[in-house]
Design a protein around this ligand. Structure first.
Ligand SMILES: [Zn+2]
Length: 289
């Protein structure tokens, strides 16, 4: 998947100091105007401490400040390697696997995974959607439908989380956890993200019925009547994303709670959105700090 192999990784980041130096370079550079003495200065690493110091006034800068590494006792190289694993795996990295590969506790591995997912979500950034966009919702998590009589009146969606998503054909995907499938909720996201005049394909759910009135070229397919394609309209792209997402989460993680679901979604969006340039995934993630 990536041209950046494990061997390449350890060649480039053989020690914690190499990682720290990389962090310093991408965050501040090593030669700039000192914020304290205002002279143009070269900052050099202080022995045995993770800080860099001004050549004139000894003012110190920590490249880890404000990053998840700052308060972590896990060495920087392990963090970098964990990020490497996240960007080179196809289905995500379970905490158990991180624990095994890094030699850290399960709790630490679990926390690292969540910090990395947060960054993957942030790097993906704020895109606008245009051209031809597909939208759909899906249900994730919760307990399995129980068919025993005492559960008969229970909704099949009980305990599940609604995820709404939009994908540009041949472009990027963006998902949201939503509380209700209402026009108001969908409209809020459409107004924020979708460029005027965009062609939009959905199913016949009532929550999408404002789109035409709002000036979009809206077409639908009626899945209940076994209609999957209607001219240029179908929702196969977004449905493909849902099924890959669900398979990956099911195969990789034991349980994903509603609280952390947005982070997992962010991770999978990142991977999908970077699919055409997998070798930049790790670089972009490193650049995010
Ligand atoms: Zn200075």
């Amino acid at each position: 998947m990536s041209d950046f192999t494990v061997v390449d990784f350890f060649k480039r980041f053989p020690t914690d100091d190499y990682c720290l130096n990389h962090l310093m370079e991408i965050r501040f550079g090593t030669s700039f105007e000192c914020p304290k003495c205002k002279k143009h200065s070269r900052f050099t690493k202080v022995q045995k401490r993770p800080v860099y110091q001004c050549q004139w006034c000894a003012h110190q800068i920590s490249p880890m400040a404000g990053t998840p590494f700052e308060k972590s006792r896990t060495p920087l190289q392990k963090w970098f390697y964990a990020m490497y694993l996240f960007t080179t795996s196809r289905h995500g990295v379970p905490a158990k696997e991180l624990q095994r590969q890094l030699g850290v506790t399960y709790k630490t591995a679990w926390r690292m995974g969540h910090e990395i997912r947060k960054y993957m979500t942030n790097v993906d950034g704020d895109n606008q959607y245009g051209g031809h966009v597909e939208m759909d919702e899906t249900f994730m998590g919760g307990r399995k439908r129980n068919r025993s009589p005492s559960y008969k009146r229970e909704s099949p969606f009980k305990g599940k989380t609604i995820v709404y998503g939009m994908v540009e054909r041949d472009g990027k995907v963006q998902t949201y956890v939503i509380d209700k499938r209402t026009r108001k909720t969908i409209k809020k996201h459409v107004d924020a993200k979708v460029v005027a005049g965009t062609v939009i394909s959905t199913d016949e759910a009532p929550c999408y019925q404002f789109l035409e009135k709002d000036g979009f070229e809206h077409g639908t397919v009626c899945h209940e009547h076994d209609e999957w394609v209607n001219g240029i309209h179908h929702t196969n792209t977004i449905e493909g994303f849902w099924s890959r997402l669900k398979n990956s989460i099911r195969g990789t993680h034991i349980h994903v709670s509603k609280k952390y679901l947005p982070n997992y979604l962010g991770e999978f969006e990142y991977r999908y959105n970077m699919r055409k340039s997998p070798k930049w995934m790790f670089e972009r993630l490193l650049g995010a700090f």
